[in-house]
Design a protein around this ligand. Structure first.
Ligand SMILES: Nc1nc2c(ncn2[C@@H]2O[C@H](COP(=O)(O)OP(=O)(O)OP(=O)(O)O)[C@@H](O)[C@H]2O)c(=O)[nH]1
Ligand SMILES: [Mg+2]
Length: 349
């Protein structure tokens, strides 16, 4: 199973594309479009509340294996912000969809592709393919590029399935994106198996609650399964916890770190402003997000008054809410007061 994030600026044609690639499922600040027709199960996730909320964008990226960045003829601030987010996340697999191809000409598309090559040079997107497409059935060339896109997604999916299989030997970790009570069934969570194989009747824990739970049953796309390998989107019935106690981003696993304060080795984006002590940033890890205060900045082990764009440093941050993470999880930091909101990435020291 492969999960695909559909992202882009407002009115970039993301929802039209997602709706074209799958059948509408769960709707919240993110919308799932499922497709089981093409020989493998795929879930396309529309970050529909972006750019209003960064959370919607980061959530879809952190539950997905492939990102499709929709760009409608021309660049704007939020397209730039999406590129920076993908770069700070070191996002591996992706495609740039040049949307609304029916309202431009070939010459303009080629010129724009060349421009994008320059802009994405040196970023995680440097070798992403650009596919010009439209989803307009009344166009002269209706759905141009959509089949090409599907072919490329399927090629990437084959590689990702190999990567997933390699992660199956790790301890199971499930990122929860939705939780609710179902009458007669109890607490049900939706989420994705990030690593390992999750099994029915597993006695495990949920973090940051740090509570022992049992996985009563597992479904994938409404079918009961007894084990869910890495990459599977699942619905799970849980014993010993209520939906009201679960928030987006909770992790089902045997062991996680839980903290309210952080010491992170950070790389500050080139496309942000300097970070100073006492400023308030927003932290993202997995599917969790929280405001944090910058307590201390350390550069080469010495306390500093600022961290400049494009540099590395250690940030000591304090928050209020418990957050669960593992050593290999990548943190993103953002400054919601700026136009381009992503500020840095980092790893726990
Ligand atoms: N001509 C043309 N119009 C398109 C195409 N794709 C989308 N549109 C139109 O562009 C507008 C925005 O499309 P959406 O798919 O809603 O784009 P979005 O990025 O999800 O928009 P928001 O969620 O509102 O930010 C709609 O009026 C669509 O009908 C396309 O390929 N060609
Ligand atoms: Mg939309």
């Amino acid at each position: 199973m492969v999960n695909v994030a559909i992202i882009g600026t407002e009115k970039s044609g993301r929802t039209s594309l997602a709706a074209n690639l799958g059948k509408k499922g769960t709707v919240s600040d993110i919308t799932m479009y499922n497709n089981e027709k093409e020989g493998r199960t795929m879930v396309f996730v529309d970050a529909q509340s972006y750019p209003k909320t960064l959370k919607s964008l980061v959530t879809v990226l952190n539950i997905s294996d492939i990102a499709i960045l929709c760009i409608p003829q021309g660049l704007d601030a939020h397209t730039g912000e999406c590129i920076i987010a993908l770069d700070l996340l070191g996002f591996k697999h992706g495609i740039i969809a040049l949307t609304k191809s029916d309202s431009t000409n070939m010459h303009a598309v080629e010129e724009f592709k060349a421009k994008l090559k320059v802009i994405t040079a040196g970023t995680a997107l440097h070798d992403w393919e650009c596919i010009s497409l439209n989803t307009n059935k009344s166009a002269k060339n209706p759905f141009e590029g959509v089949e090409d896109l599907k072919v490329r997604i399927n090629e990437m999916a084959e590689k990702i399935e190999v990567e997933h299989a390699e992660l199956n030997s790790l301890p199971a970790r499930i990122f929860v994106d939705h939780a609710f009570d179902v009458k007669g069934k109890g607490c049900v969570v939706l989420g994705v198996v990030k690593q390992g194989i999750s099994k029915e009747k597993d006695k495990t824990k949920i973090f940051p609650l740090d509570r022992e739970i049992e996985i009563k049953s597992i479904q994938s796309h409404d079918v009961d399964i007894d084990s869910a390998p890495t990459g599977t989107r699942v619905g799970m019935r849980l014993k010993n916890v209520q939906a009201k106690d679960i928030e987006r981003g909770f992790i089902i696993s045997d062991r996680e770190n839980v903290t309210v304060d952080y010491v992170l080795e950070c790389t500050i984006s080139k496309f942000t402003k300097k970070i100073e002590p006492e400023s308030v940033l927003h932290i993202f890890v997995g599917l969790q997000s929280e405001p944090v205060r910058v307590e201390k900045i350390l550069i080469d082990g010495k306390e500093a008054k600022e961290a400049k764009p494009g540099t590395t440093c250690v940030l000591e941050l304090s928050g209020n809410k418990k957050v669960a993470y593992s050593k290999e999880d990548r943190f993103l930091l953002s400054n919601l007061d700026l136009t381009q909101r992503f500020a840095a990435y980092g790893f726990s020291k």
